[in-house]
Design a binder for this molecule. Structure first.
Ligand code: ZN
Length: 267
């Protein structure tokens, strides 16, 4: 198998609880689960194309943008990382049409366990994608809110009690924090919300569980980068989050290399 193209985050789906990954390189769609256990080689072609405009860029900003798009593209607006700053509900955004599809739609506020428990938000269309991208193995929806801004406000509230970042090393080492009872935490989170936000609580007891295709987890994950080495090869031990796990505890964050032109071979 051989393919080449610009990297973008792996597409995911679930079959039962099992996560399946597809990597799109130009026209090719590689079923990554099928090449786990095989020797793979990724060769960086020393070219980065902006994920928004496609132009060559010597450096990637905010995971794949050229500097101009980083400053102007709606996909790179501040509210992507800081939803509480979203002003689309006031009619203000870099691109209102984009904001109507991405900000002014129902969002979920959730609790997920990747390493420890964390709070997060996502568009209603991104479940369970968002959790998979973070390598979470368990998640519950706490609330469904009408737009990104309110989701951000609720998240800020809950950040006083929960982390909002995943510890990627613990996540990749598969430190599961199995003692955490997510439904009990959901109840606590609800009680902690101010009155005006309680109206958005989603009253159900669904607990999502996700299994990742991994043969061996790294004991001491060492992060690889195409900026340091153009050729990366080894046995693919599995995939978790947006990381490819290779032998000798090496891990490659695909998202960090969005827009990088690479070729992939697998034996
Ligand atoms: Zn661009």
């Amino acid at each position: 198998m051989e393919a080449s193209g610009n990297l973008s985050k792996m597409k995911t789906r679930i079959e039962g609880n099992q996560v399946e990954y597809h990597l799109h390189l130009a026209e090719e769609q590689i079923k990554m689960n099928d090449i786990i256990g095989k020797e793979i080689t990724l060769q960086y072609q020393h070219q980065i194309n902006c994920v928004a405009c496609g132009k060559k860029t010597s450096k990637s900003f905010a995971q794949g943008f050229c500097y101009n798009c980083f400053q102007t593209a709606p996909e790179a607006e501040d509210c992507v990382l800081k939803p509480e700053t979203c002003r689309a509900h006031l009619g203000e955004a870099r691109d209102l049409e984009f904001a109507e599809k991405h900000c002014l739609i129902p969002h979920y506020v959730y609790l997920a366990v990747a390493s420890g428990i964390k709070v997060g938000i996502t568009r209603n269309t991104q479940i369970p994608t968002r959790w998979i991208d973070q390598g979470a193995w368990k998640a519950v929806i706490v609330a469904e809110v009408p737009n990104r801004h309110i989701a951000g406000v609720m998240e800020v509230f809950l950040k006083e009690f929960y982390a909002d970042k995943t510890n990627w090393r613990s996540m990749l080492k598969n430190e599961l924090a199995e003692n955490i009872d997510v439904l009990a935490e959901k109840q606590k989170a609800i009680e902690r919300l101010p009155e005006e936000l309680k109206q958005y609580v989603k009253h159900d007891e669904t607990v999502w569980e996700l299994n990742y295709p991994v043969i061996d987890f790294p004991l001491k994950p060492k992060s690889l980068s195409f900026d340091k080495e153009a050729e990366i090869s080894g046995v693919l031990k599995g995939i978790k989050g947006q990381y490819m796990l290779l032998d000798q505890d090496r891990v490659l964050n695909i998202r960090k290399h969005n827009g990088y032109l690479v070729s992939l071979t697998a034996e």
